[in-house]
Design a protein around this ligand. Structure first.
Ligand code: HDE
Length: 698
């Protein structure tokens, strides 16, 4: 019988600095400095974390092994249910700083104390995909903020689009079931381009305004740092006299609004499924905070009565031209969480987390949301005590007589767990002066399953949105509709959709019908109310909101052995000076040997670092380097995609050779590799003029 051997029976003792291999084959780490003992969850130091308890060296494992069982059991339960919607998210810590007081309108201190920095946690998410889905599908982005105010937590749980598909919470499960993967086949993942989604939408005229937004490039953001945010619903601000003013909340990105193109987003999903998460991580961990302006639209009941739509209807927005935005503060994200699960996964947002001085409106979608979030979090986080998880806990004192429950962390003292009590005079009591009070507003009318008549105007704002767009943006909307509807198998569904589009814009309907190969324009459904021609709102565009800056953007420089070091360095220095970051791409990861013999460190290997990952590119190659890359499809794709995605290109002679090999002719967005100023100017925008040369748009 062989002698049983423990790990530490290996030739060299494990704790003496070498790397001995244990009986299990694991390499033991050398011990450096002090380290805490590895223990069980009960605090028992563990002697061997490599071998489970066995009857003999080649014998069965023993049930007695409580250390193995504890470790595996905990592992088996590591996952919690993902969110039913918004499962894929990225979070960060930061703060809100008020720059202009809203004291005439509200008693909420977070909106009245100028200069106070209120800590917050933000989570930005896609909606339809699972938690492991990619970052760049065509989808709405959730934009949820938890403000840890000194008067309690205030959650503003919004999206990057100011309207929604439906008007009443009772339709939310139907909408989500329609967009999620189809239940019999479990695909498509994270995509609206399938039958059930468009079937539901084609039967839901009220969704048409939102459809215009989701078919626009708003759903293809370049970066989470470059999206707008909206609270969507009207809320109320309540002042010290109890007077109420309606408010809509907005976030506007300091870096400007920017999107990718559809083809680009699709390719990014393959090149880097974590594109947005990585972008925010790299930005925050390299000391570049993400920042938004916080703005409000304020309006009275009388003003609301004069709007040509009902502001309680979440399928409508209030154009900025009608009620201007007032910037009142800034929101800064500057700290990546220490642990993703602890914060980003466990954070529990809830629209009913409100503070005194803010109140809800009667928007029926909002009213339904006030119920849903707490309910879903009870099953997702498994206990009514999820408010004790650090990311969810208020950062001000909180106390009440709620007790016990799964995972209770608090240890309330004394015998009194009720109120009022004479036995515990210092126990928590209600505060008539500062406590939350629902605005005392009159309600009257007949009870019923009913909806306000003005909610039935389904097409006017959809038309306003479409007609407010630039030619390029209109073409992208038409192309997106053609793509999505071309994936639908049942022919009557695209037909019905084109019928709806006729109420929005006849030309749009024709373009989509043509793209889908329909012989004639289907009839339009009867509109419940006449479609109004509302004035165009330029604020609804993306083009024009992209800021004239390179700050926050990423430039890729493709080099190979033999590239000219002087040109590379001049370009890199200028780009860094303009606030962008630079990644060097080369055929081999490690380093490229430049013409002068200097080794240039490489950030990405060509085949794994395509140009879709950059905002603009430079291709700086020797003639020999260009000749070698001319037969590399990854190099041809690099230049062809950069060109096709309307990016600026800086090319030296080798770069031009590659451009020619790819069959492309230069235009104004293609500049000389040593013309740094021209490149910086061109890289700040997309080359929209090029689009008609490279793509047939519906
Ligand atoms: Fe949500 N939504 N929602 N939603 N929502 C959830 O809550 C719901 C709606 C939004 O990063 C869920 O904790 C209903 C509009 C965001 O953790 C759930 C209705 C807007 C997030 C839920 C809506 C949102 C959620 C799933 C129709 C923009 C992610 C997980 C009445 C204003 C928050 C969870 C995060 C998450 C319900 C519509 C934004 C199921 C019933 C409109 C940003 O409770």
């Amino acid at each position: 019988m062989s002698k049983p051997m423990s790990t530490n029976d290996s030739a060299e003792p494990a704790h003496q600095g070498a790397h001995p291999v244990g009986a299990g084959g694991e390499l033991h780490q050398p011990v450096q400095g002090d380290h805490p003992p590895l223990t069980t969850n009960q605090g028992l130091p563990v002697s061997d974390n490599q071998n489970s308890l066995r009857a003999n060296p080649r014998g069965p494992a023993l049930l007695e092994d409580f250390i193995l069982r504890e470790k595996i059991t905990h592992f088996d339960h590591e996952r919690i249910p993902e969110r039913i919607v918004h499962a894929r998210g990225t979070g960060a810590h930061g703060y809100f700083e008020l720059t202009q007081s809203l004291a005439p309108y509200t008693t909420a201190q977070v909106l009245t104390e100028v200069g106070t920095k209120t800590p917050l946690f933000a989570r930005i998410s896609t909606v339809a995909g699972g938690s492991g889905s990619s970052d760049t599908p065509r989808d709405v982005r959730g934009f949820a903020i938890k403000f840890y105010t000194q008067q309690g937590n205030w959650d503003l749980v919004g999206n990057n689009i100011p309207v929604f598909f439906i008007q009443d919470a009772i339709k939310f499960p139907d909408l989500i079931h329609a967009v999620k993967m189809e239940p019999d086949r479990a695909f498509p993942q994270a995509a609206s381009a399938h039958d059930t989604f468009w079937d539901y939408i084609s039967l839901t005229p009220k969704a048409m305004h939102m459809v215009m937004w989701i078919m626009s490039d708003r759903t293809l953001p370049r970066s989470l740092r470059m999206i707008e945010g909206f609270g969507i619903h009207s809320f109320r601000l309540i002042n010290a006299s109890g007077e109420s003013t309606f408010v809509k909340f907005h976030w506007r990105p300091a870096l400007g609004l920017q999107s990718t193109l559809w083809d680009e987003a699709v390719k990014i999903a393959g090149a880097d499924p974590d594109f947005h998460r990585r972008d925010l991580f790299e930005s925050l961990t390299s000391g570049r905070p993400a920042e938004w302006e916080f703005a409000v639209q304020l309006f009275t009941q009388e003003e609301a009565d004069g709007f040509p739509f009902d502001h309680l209807d979440a399928t409508k927005l209030i154009p900025e031209e009608l009620v201007p935005l007032q910037v009142i503060g800034r929101l800064v994200l500057d700290r990546w969480p220490d642990n993703f699960f602890a914060d980003t996964e466990q954070v529990a947002f809830c629209p009913s987390h409100i503070v005194s001085g803010i109140d809800f409106s009667n928007d029926p979608l909002l009213q339904g949301r006030l119920f849903s979030y707490l309910d879903t979090q009870l099953s997702r986080l498994g206990s009514p005590n999820f408010h004790q998880i650090p990311v969810n806990a208020p950062q001000c004192p909180f106390a009440n007589q709620q007790r016990d429950g799964h995972m209770q962390m608090a240890r309330p003292q004394g015998r009194v767990a009720y109120e009022p009590s004479s036995l515990a005079p210092d126990s928590p009591r209600e505060s008539p002066d500062v406590g939350f009070r629902t605005a005392a507003l009159p309600e009257s009318g007949d009870k019923g399953r009913i909806r306000a008549e003005r909610f039935a105007d389904h097409y006017s704002q959809a038309r306003q949105f479409y007609r407010s767009q630039t030619d390029h943006e209109q073409a992208h909307i038409a192309s997106a509709l053609v793509f999505e509807l071309s994936k639908v198998e049942h022919a009557h569904i695209p037909q019905a959709m084109v019928g709806h589009l006729r109420h929005i814009d006849e030309d749009l309907a024709r373009r989509v019908a043509d793209g889908l190969g329909l012989d004639s324009l289907p009839g339009a459904p009867t509109a419940a109310r006449p479609v109004q021609d509302l004035p165009p709102s330029p604020a609804l565009r993306i083009i024009g909101k992209m800021k004239d800056t390179l700050a926050g953007r990423v430039i890729g420089i493709l080099v190979a052995d033999g590239s000219d070091g002087g040109t590379v360095e001049a370009l890199r220095a200028a780009v860094l000076g303009a606030g962008a970051s630079v990644k060097i791409v080369a055929p081999k990861v490690g380093a490229a040997r430049l013409a002068d013999g200097v080794l240039l460190a490489v950030d990405g290997q060509l085949a794994g670092t395509p140009s879709v990952l950059f905002d603009a590119v430079a291709i700086l190659l020797s003639e020999e380097g260009a000749r070698r890359l001319s037969s590399e499809s990854a190099a041809i794709d690099f230049v062809r995609d950069a060109f096709g995605h309307l990016k600026a290109l800086a090319l030296d002679r080798g770069g031009q050779t590659l451009l020619q090999t790819a069959g492309l002719r230069p235009d104004a967005g293609v500049v000389a590799g040593d013309d740094v100023a021209a490149f910086l100017a061109a890289a700040k925008t997309r080359q929209w003029e090029r689009e008609k040369r490279v793509r047939t748009l519906a």
